[in-house]
Design a protein around this ligand. Structure first.
Ligand code: GLC
Length: 432
């Protein structure tokens, strides 16, 4: 777009609309906290709720646990196997890690193909690192909604994050993995625990920090778990002693009481799991880039950006969906170069060649709006979780957070901290 005063005004109005679409005021966020709390209570009571509030059969560690363990971490297309020794006193040795990448047919084909592939990778790992003849205990981090029936068994409730392997939903994933181990000759491995990635994150931090009582993932998907008193888990049918606690997997990605804009609705309508994982679709790395892309495409369609040359992937064409990855958003948000040259290069590679500096500024502003809303929603949900445990914030809380959005998206953590302070006041400093 040529930079005439009239054009600048038009561009400003168009951007203002998008800002409005992605804006959540303090009072909107307080509404999110209130609804989140209600949904938590309902989920814990076994009532109808978008929050599954799954008992995990795991409590926080004491820090004195010892031994050698193997862990399998499956939650996206990258997966890892590692061996680690816990030494007690909150200390652990350097883990030995092998990384693997799943192919499309593993993720969307028959479930047996997925589990057979994992079993084969396990065999490779043991060939390299395993001690012959020694039995090993394995922790299986399986980062999808699982209805646990014991610490070492649980059924997949539904797939998330674009997984759709057949014959897994409704089945015990530990049994499926065990059968695949049998088929591939992996013996001497006991699958002794099944955990969600949020639970693994919480427990790993709590091993060295007794204040840690929340685990959060802000990555390809998003979710959180926290420590709850069993007496408050109304749906719990087992016995428990006074004061006993358990980690609860909220599956917060599915929270659905959020104010949505037209881009959110479009994204949901064209997703694999329409109507589900609504919070995840506003917050996680799998979707943030697409939200920004849709808003930028709207501006391009109205001639407010990329009017001189083409808009590349910033169009309504179905083939362009999901091509603006959240990683590109991070690169743009990181750009400190003069005239936003790095942003220009990213846009060139995506077919929006020859962008003007003003185009690049607009793209960056949209990325900031999308990031800011995601961080604010995450902060409101986190505040609701912490206040559920400790309504007056009388204690310190360490939150263990992992995932590419939190770690790699410039400004995300700062936006989240600002929103926590906005919602909790000076007491927010009790949250580390
Ligand atoms: C998805 C999964 C959830 C997982 C999260 C982060 O939301 O349903 O179980 O914790 O992604 O990986």
């Amino acid at each position: 777009m040529k930079s005439t005063p009239k054009n600048r005004k038009l561009q400003k109005t168009a951007l203002g609309k998008i800002e409005n679409d992605f804006n959540l005021s303090t009072s909107d966020l307080r509404g999110v906290m209130r609804d989140f709390r209600l949904e938590m209570e309902r989920g814990l009571a076994g009532g109808k709720s978008s929050l599954k509030m799954i008992p995990t059969y795991v409590d926080s560690p004491t820090g004195r646990e010892r031994g050698e363990f193997v862990a399998l971490d499956l939650g996206g297309t990258n997966f890892r196997i590692l061996e680690i020794s816990l030494e007690g006193g909150g200390r652990s040795g350097k883990p030995r890690i092998m990384k693997f990448v799943l192919k499309k047919h593993h993720v969307t084909g028959a479930g047996s193909e997925l589990f057979d592939f994992i079993a084969e990778c396990m065999r490779k790992f043991l060939r390299k690192y395993g001690a012959a003849g020694r039995r090993l205990d394995l922790g299986f981090t399986f980062s999808f909604p699982v209805k646990q029936t014991a610490v070492d068994s649980g059924e997949l409730v539904c797939w998330t994050k674009d997984f759709s392997a057949r014959g897994v939903v409704g089945h015990d994933v530990v049994a499926l993995l065990g059968e695949a181990f049998g088929r591939k000759g992996v013996d001497l491995v006991n699958i002794s625990a099944l955990v969600n990635d949020t639970v693994g994150t919480l427990v790993a931090k709590a091993y060295e920090d007794a204040y840690c009582d929340v685990g959060v993932i802000l990555g390809t998907g998003t979710n959180a778990c926290y420590r709850e008193s069993l007496s408050r888990v109304k749906k719990w049918r087992g016995s428990f002693s006074k004061g006993a606690g358990m980690i609860i997997n909220t599956e917060w990605g599915n929270f659905n009481r959020l104010k949505l804009n037209k881009y959110d609705r479009y994204l949901d309508k064209h997703s694999e799991n329409r109507g589900f994982q609504i919070l995840e679709k506003t917050v996680s790395g799998m979707y943030l880039g697409e939200l920004a892309r849709l808003a930028i495409a709207d501006l391009a369609g109205a001639g407010s950006v990329f009017a001189v040359h083409g808009a590349g992937i910033f169009t309504e064409a179905a083939g362009a969906a999901r091509l603006f990855k959240s990683e590109y958003m991070s690169e743009i948000l990181e750009d400190r170069s003069r005239g936003l040259r790095i942003t220009g290069r990213v846009l060139d590679a995506l077919g929006a060649r020859g962008s003007t500096e003003s185009d690049r500024r607009v793209v960056r502003i949209v990325c900031e709006m999308v990031r800011r809303r995601a961080a604010r929603i995450s902060a409101a949900a986190l505040a609701a979780v912490v206040l559920k445990m400790d309504g007056r914030l009388a204690r310190r809380h360490t939150i263990a957070i992992d995932g590419s959005v939190f770690e790699k998206m410039p400004g995300f953590e700062a936006d989240m901290r600002l929103a926590l302070a906005e919602l909790l006041g000076p007491r927010a400093s009790r949250i580390r």
